[in-house]
Structure formats: structure tokens, C-alpha cells
Design a protein around this ligand. Structure first.
Ligand SMILES: [Zn+2]
Length: 305
């Protein structure tokens, strides 16, 4: 796969790269050559050259909406940093790491697949896709959604936090988990699907928190209904903690006290059979159903973009 090589595609010029390699060794711009090449559909093919020469892997994201270019590069830097730290990234293997912020309280996960490029510059490149997804799945919606959530947790105003959480949920609204599945703590043997769901639930609770901070309790309750429907096992535990935390009574805490979780699940989850299959069955995801991934996510995202 050929692409033009100009100032619009290269993140840094060869001269700047040389500068970083001597004077800016901690700057990720000097660790590899990053290319953001336009794709036919108006999206970007964001990839890097260089790590493969040093025992790592050249990585790529495909189908990146233009407004997520910076996010793609931030994630790419973090993955290259992982390899520089000694982590091996291999084809058909999963990864789990905190990639987006030093303060984030969750791991981000994904899977690597060998791209089919045959030209010598891009041959053997590993495509970053969502956890368990095939090569053809393209743009990793969940991973980018989790990146925006991590950024939201560092936002300096509730308005900014709310906007970022909403953006994350636009990119990926979340899965409907098995009713008995919670969202496990990060750890060596944690279930990766549970970790993934944790990012998504954080987008909902982060948005609800930010709305409460703006005294928009009613809006917060509306948001949290969607989170409860997706992960009722989490909701039960969260309610217990919230109601014993000494939070002052307000519309939001009253909502949680009175919420009939079973009823919300009944009303807001897709009918039996339409829900995504149990993990990890990527091909079954993305079907019809409330809030599920749209059938053609590119079109949906680009319409918004
Ligand atoms: Zn390239």
C-alpha cells in the first residue's frame, strides 16, 4: 500500500526526527516515523515505521476519523513506549495496559493482527483492533472510546469532563454485559472483557458525576439508566456503595435508592437473542439493539464528525 510522503502525512520531518533522536530522547516523536495518510473514505491510516527494526513491531490504526488524529497518535506513542519498555507486541495476541493518562484507574485492551500490505515499507505491519476482533474490523472503537474517557478523568471543569465523556459514548456506547457479570478490578488474571466494560461504565458515571456537579441531577439520572441497563451486576454494587457513602441526599441519590434495576434491565436491554453473544464472540457484536454499535460505524461516526 503506497501513500504520499509529505508534510501533511509525516508527523515530523526527517530533520526534526534527527533532532529528537539526539536532544529529545524522551519525546515519542523521535522514537519512530509516524504517518497519517488519507484513506479513500476521508479517514486516516495512522501508522509508524521504525520499531520493527529494533525487535518491535510497526503498528497501524485504520479508519481513523480526522478529528481523532491526535488521539490516534497519543495511543500510538503509548504503544511504542510499551515496546521500548520491553513489552513484546505480537500478531494475534492481546494487550492490556494503561495507555492514555498517568492517573487513569483502568486498563485498556486491544488485539493485534497482521495487516495484508505487500509493499516492502508496510509489509508485516500489525493492525491494532478492538479486543478479540478480526483484522477486517478496522477502526478500534472501544479502544478510542476508552482513551477519551481517560482524558475526561483529567478534565479541569465539569463541562469539559461531560463533553469528553459524551464523546467517548458517541464513539462507543458500550456492550450489554451478561446479567451476572460485574466489572472486575484490574489485575494479572482479570478478565479482559470485564476490564473493557469498566472503561465504558466510567464514561457513564463520569458523565453523570459531571452533570451532578452542574446541578443537572435529572440529566445525570437519564444517563445512568443506560449504564444500569448495560451492566446490572455493576449497578447493584455501585448502588450499595453510593447509599452508604454519606453523600448528601439529592435527586441523583434518591434515584439510585428507588431504582428498580431489574425493571430497567427489562425495559432497556435488547430482546433476548438480539443481545451480543457471550465473550469473546466479536462477530456477533454490533447487531441491532438499543445503543449497540451501529451497523456501519464509519458512516455513523463520520456523519457526526
Ligand atoms: Zn508509511
Amino acid at each position: 500500500m503506497q501513500h504520499p510522503l509529505n508534510g501533511g502525512v509525516r508527523l515530523v520531518s526527517p530533520m526534526a526526527r534527527l533532532f529528537y533522536s539526539v536532544f529529545g530522547r524522551t519525546n515519542p516523536r523521535g522514537w519512530a516515523d509516524y504517518h497519517c495518510a488519507p484513506e479513500r473514505r476521508g479517514t486516516l491510516w495512522v501508522h509508524c515505521h521504525g520499531p520493527a527494526k529494533r525487535g518491535g513491531a510497526n503498528l497501524e490504526f485504520v479508519g481513523v476519523p480526522k478529528e481523532l488524529r491526535a488521539a490516534a497518535l497519543q495511543l500510538m506513542f503509548a504503544l511504542v513506549a510499551q515496546m521500548r519498555g520491553g513489552r513484546k507486541l505480537r500478531a494475534d495476541e492481546d494487550f492490556a495496559a494503561p495507555l492514555s493518562s498517568r492517573q487513569q484507574s483502568f486498563m485498556q485492551i486491544g488485539t493485534l493482527r497482521v495487516a495484508a500490505w505487500s509493499d516492502r515499507h508496510h509489509k508485516g505491519m500489525l493492525r491494532v483492533v478492538d479486543y478479540g476482533e478480526p483484522l477486517q474490523s478496522g477502526f478500534p472503537f472501544r479502544l478510542f472510546g476508552s482513551h477519551i474517557v481517560a482524558r475526561a478523568m483529567c478534565a479541569d471543569t465539569p463541562e469539559r469532563k461531560a463533553a469528553l465523556c459524551r464523546r467517548s459514548l458517541e464513539i462507543f456506547a458500550g456492550d450489554f454485559t451478561d446479567p451476572g457479570d460485574g466489572i472486575g478490578a484490574d489485575g494479572g488474571d482479570a478478565d479482559l472483557t470485564e476490564l473493557q466494560n469498566k472503561c465504558n461504565i466510567l464514561a457513564y458515571t463520569g458523565l453523570a458525576d459531571a452533570l451532578c456537579e452542574q446541578n443537572r441531577h435529572n440529566d445525570a439520572c437519564g444517563i445512568i439508566v443506560d449504564a444500569i441497563a448495560r451492566c446490572p451486576a455493576w449497578a447493584r454494587g455501585y448502588r450499595d456503595r453510593l447509599l452508604t457513602s454519606g453523600e448528601p441526599e439529592n435527586q441523583y441519590t434518591r434515584f439510585w435508592r428507588d431504582a428498580d434495576i431489574a425493571d430497567i434491565v427489562l425495559r432497556r436491554r435488547p430482546a433476548e437473542g438480539a443481545a451480543p453473544a457471550a465473550r469473546p464472540a466479536p462477530a456477533a457484536r454490533g447487531g441491532a439493539g438499543f445503543g449497540n454499535r451501529p451497523k456501519d460505524p464509519y458512516d455513523e461516526l463520520l456523519r457526526r464528525g
